[in-house]
Design a protein around this ligand. Structure first.
Ligand code: NAD
Length: 290
């Protein structure tokens, strides 16, 4: 397929490189980052989008997505698909999709789970919203960039699934970290704690696959001085998107709200910036009840 790829940062560059490696004809554009091997550089987003079957965006937020979408939709051919893989607010995802459809183009919102490692290995999970026809058209690209793509429903459903998943992730990471810090104070060995919880009803992805305690369980950012991984700032971004969506939809999400408050304090007032989101464990270690 002929693919335009806009946003070649930590996630976008390896995703675009994998598409090129698989034989797709990829043209890329980023304001700052260079094109990875196999991707032809374009001078603007519009140039990267012109004449392509699919235009993929992997951008920081909804405002930037809206601006880039306006530019690329003006030059995309009728029937081409705008495939946004960024994590953005549901409202922006739906607004961009509506604009695409009004212009005779197709749209899919398909944020990802799996992080930079998953992007490099081609093992991302895509959660997609959009029509059946649009989903089918981009499915071969999902097969290259990921190991699983779930068609979640209409436009915006992909973003909805993403923020619900990541709200669970943030809340669970905090629960896992505070439990380790409590276990420490109770004199419980961390290895024993892992052995018990990872095979008992408290198990979770954050305990079993991404353990926040160094030297325990499979290798994780905790074993690399809490270098991300999945940065605390990105966790905060997703928790805020979840709270924004909860407010708009009148949903009661008290744990999600508390998780957003804790990550906001961690990133903005404590020493969490630039750390992996599992660095909540050393944060709890340092603090007593007050
Ligand atoms: P990043 O900051 O590394 O990359 C974003 C890129 O977009 C940058 O290279 C930037 O120069 C480029 N950009 C910004 N404005 C642009 C414009 N107008 N035109 C062209 N390029 C522009 O971020 P990332 O980590 O690659 O994340 C991208 C998206 O994926 C975000 O929405 C993020 O929430 C989501 N995400 C990230 C991760 C992760 O682990 N990093 C995991 C899942 C989802």
């Amino acid at each position: 397929m002929k693919v335009g790829f806009i946003g070649l940062g930590n996630m976008g560059a390896p995703m675009a490189a994998n598409l090129a490696k698989a034989g797709h004809q990829v043209t890329g554009f980023d304001l700052a980052a260079p094109c990875p091997e196999g991707v032809t550089p374009a001078a603007s987003a519009a140039e990267a989008a012109r004449g392509q079957d699919v235009v993929i965006t992997m951008l920081p937020n909804g405002a930037i997505l809206r601006a880039v979408a306006a530019e690329v939709l003006a030059v995309m051919e009728a029937g081409a698909v705008l495939l946004d893989c960024s994590t953005v607010d549901v409202e922006s995802a739906r607004a961009v999709a509506a604009e695409a459809e009004a212009a005779g183009k197709m749209a899919v919102d398909a944020p990802v789970s799996g992080g930079v490692g998953g992007a490099a290995a081609g093992t991302l999970t895509f959660m997609a919203g959009g029509s059946e026809a649009a989903f089918d058209k981009v499915r071969p690209l999902f097969d290259v960039m990921g190991q699983k793509a779930v068609h979640c429903g209409a436009l915006g459903a992909g973003q909805a699934a993403k923020i619900c998943n990541n709200m669970i992730l943030g809340v669970t990471m905090i629960a896992t970290c505070e439990a380790f810090a409590l276990a420490d104070k109770l004199g419980l060995d961390r290895g024993k704690m892992f052995d018990v919880v990872s095979t008992s009803s408290g198990y979770s992805w954050t305990m079993n696959a991404y353990c926040p305690a160094p030297g325990i369980g499979p290798k994780s950012p905790a074993d690399n001085d809490y270098k991300p991984g999945f940065a605390a700032e990105l966790m905060l971004k997703d928790l805020r998107l979840a709270q924004q969506a909860a407010e708009a939809a009148d949903a009661d999400t008290p744990m999600g709200q508390r998780a957003a408050e804790l990550y906001a304090a961690f990133v903005e007032q404590e020493d969490g910036r630039g750390m992996d989101f599992s660095a909540m464990l050393p944060r709890f270690e340092k603090r007593g009840r007050a």
